[in-house]
Design a protein around this ligand. Structure first.
Ligand code: 13P
Length: 261
């Protein structure tokens, strides 16, 4: 049984002072969930020390939104995986569409970052997603397979369950509406099949694939009604502690539901 996930990336929001306040507000709201689900928060780099301290008393892991592929060196303005580990990160997000779109990142670069992340013991949250044009041409599954295969090319099958895959259709991020739940679930199934073809049935059965892109408390339940969607990865709707708590509650209800089945 795959452990479900509720996560949020804060993007370039929520500085250190606000991060501490967010954590203090969130703690009582998610206390009853215990460790029923996995929760993560990805603050901006400068908020990591405050977040590490503020989230240490309850079950929310912290992670970074990006990293460099080398451990150290003359790379002005960059942060390495060992530095993230030292800062208390358990996760690192890779290949977010905003990194691809605005900073020219490619999946070959992402592969190098992912290799460095796993070598340091970080859990990569690997974003995969088709553009609106790919969707129109009905090639989304091919694109997802290609991105996944390239980013995970150097990984052995036994490593795959330790990576979190995030299906994030690029046209649904920061948009007015999420992907239709049926459409998203179809992509998750296609991606799991692609993982199975490449890394074997066991890896595919264990790997968590979460959905991100305009998730709200209003559409989260319908997304989580699909068995291949293993969690929600949220931007705007979880930039308040109350918003994230609402999303976490939806994921926790889905976890209870699935245990019964
Ligand atoms: P929104 O939820 O604001 O669309 O952002 C989603 C996202 O970028 C998750 O990584």
């Amino acid at each position: 049984m795959r452990r479900l996930i509720a996560g949020t990336g804060w993007k370039m929001n929520i500085g250190a002072t606000q991060a501490a306040r967010y954590a203090a507000q969130l703690a009582p709201l998610v206390a009853a969930l215990g460790d029923a689900i996995e929760m993560f928060v990805l603050p901006p780099f400068t908020s990591l020390p405050a977040a590490k301290q503020a989230f240490s008393s309850f079950a929310v892991g912290i992670g970074a939104q990006n990293m460099h592929w080398e451990a150290s060196g003359a790379w002005t303005g960059e942060i390495s995986a060992p530095m993230l580990v030292e800062a208390g990160c358990r996760y690192v997000e890779l290949a977010h569409s905003e990194r691809l779109e605005h900073f020219g990142e490619t999946y070959d670069l992402v592969r190098r970052k992912l290799n460095a992340a796993v070598a340091s013991g970080l859990t990569p949250i690997l974003c995969l997603g088709e553009t609106a044009e790919d969707k129109r041409r009905a090639v989304a599954d091919d694109i997802l397979n290609e991105q996944m295969s390239l980013a995970l090319r150097d990984q052995p099958p036994e490593r795959i369950p330790t990576v979190i895959l995030a299906y994030e259709p690029r046209w649904a991020i920061g948009a007015a509406a999420a992907a239709a739940p049926d459409y998203a679930a179809e992509r998750h199934r296609g991606l799991r099949k692609a993982v199975s073809d490449r890394f074997g049935a066991e890896a595919a059965a264990e790997v968590r694939i979460i959905y991100g892109g305009s998730v709200t408390p209003g559409n989260g339940e319908a997304l989580m009604a699909h068995a291949d969607i293993d969690g929600l990865f949220v931007g705007r709707a979880a930039w308040s502690a109350e918003g994230f708590a609402d999303i976490a509650a939806i994921v926790a209800r889905a976890a209870i539901q699935r245990k019964k089945q």
